[in-house]
Ligand binder design. Structure first.
Ligand SMILES: Nc1ncnc2c1ncn2[C@@H]1O[C@H](COP(=O)(O)OP(=O)(O)O)[C@@H](O)[C@H]1O
Ligand SMILES: [Mg+2]
Length: 273
């Protein structure tokens, strides 16, 4: 389905991603871990062609992604929506308009200029917000929402594109543990129910373990681990993070607190009406 071959990105002398090979044959939920500077963001950005690669190739279902130009490249970018740590919403714009922005690359400049959205798109945007448990916030300005709600708006905007793949670059790094859990559950659900591939850079081990079917560990631009989370032993984690004997799990994990059952049920009810 997705094949990354010897994918390399150099910034001058600095090799950010070094001959990465990844093969994905069904839509999985993949977590990428590694310390800061390991090349995680660069890898994601090459996947959706925000950053040009230096050498190697990316193939998706027979198409060479790394060779796409112009309209074909934009079409690919709409197929693999990106979610960022800082949400990247338009803060002063209302939530539903932010979500409708997800349809931008298939609308005419004129329609965009005058903020004209087809009624069916507006309905779809509301439905997606509803699915993520935030439809009631649709008319509010994005900036009025909490971080966790804003990240769900960003996910809704991504879903508006009906993407095959969702790329998330540290989607929960700015969130408190409770919101982090809601956002990860939303991504997991989108993966399971819609069959979309999700690839997320995660700054904590425990999140990768808890939510992903597969974990890729990067160190200094290289993929040093690629397996299911059960294989992610402490000594393996130590190798990925390059830590010495003093390494401890807590050093890389801001533990998502284990909520008691009632709290969790309440939160889920609120999140997915
Ligand atoms: N636009 C850029 N220009 C120059 N160097 C960059 C750029 N983006 C990333 N790098 C470098 O590439 C390496 C990998 O960075 P990055 O992919 O952001 O790592 P991570 O997301 O794992 O923290 C780092 O050494 C970083 O300094
Ligand atoms: Mg990064």
């Amino acid at each position: 389905m997705l094949r990354i071959e010897k994918l390399t990105k150099a910034f001058g002398q600095n090799v950010a991603v070094d001959a990465a090979n990844v093969e994905v044959d069904k839509p999985q939920m993949i977590g990428i871990i590694g310390r800061s500077g390991a090349g995680k963001s660069t890898l994601l950005r090459m996947l959706n062609r925000l950053t040009d690669h230096t050498s190697g190739a990316i193939h998706f279902e027979g198409q060479e992604i790394t060779a796409l130009k112009g309209a074909a490249k934009r079409e690919w970018q709409s197929q693999c929506a990106m979610i960022f740590q800082q949400f990247n919403l338009v803060p002063r714009m209302d939530v539903v308009s932010n979500v409708l922005h997800g349809t931008l690359n298939r609308r005419s400049t004129l329609a965009t200029l005058f903020n004209l959205y087809p009624t069916e798109d507006i309905h779809r945007a509301i439905d997606i917000l509803d699915r993520l448990g935030i439809a009631e916030h649709a008319p509010k300005r994005a900036e009025a929402l909490s971080g966790g709600q804003q990240q769900r708006v960003a996910i809704a905007r991504a879903l508006m594109q009906n993407p095959r793949i969702i790329l998330a670059d540290e989607p929960i790094a700015s969130l408190d543990p409770m919101n982090a859990q809601v956002v990860m559950q939303a991504l997991r659900r989108i993966h399971e129910e819609d069959g979309r591939m999700v690839i997320a850079n995660l700054h904590t081990l425990d999140t990768a373990r808890r939510y992903c079917d597969r974990v890729i560990g990067m160190r200094a631009g290289r993929i040093v681990f690629d397996a299911d989370p059960s294989k992610l032993t402490t000594s393996m984690a130590r190798e990925i993070y390059g830590a010495g004997a003093e390494f401890s799990e807590s050093a890389t994990s801001t533990e998502i607190e284990t909520l008691d059952a009632t709290e969790k049920a309440k939160m889920e009810a609120e999140a997915y009406v």
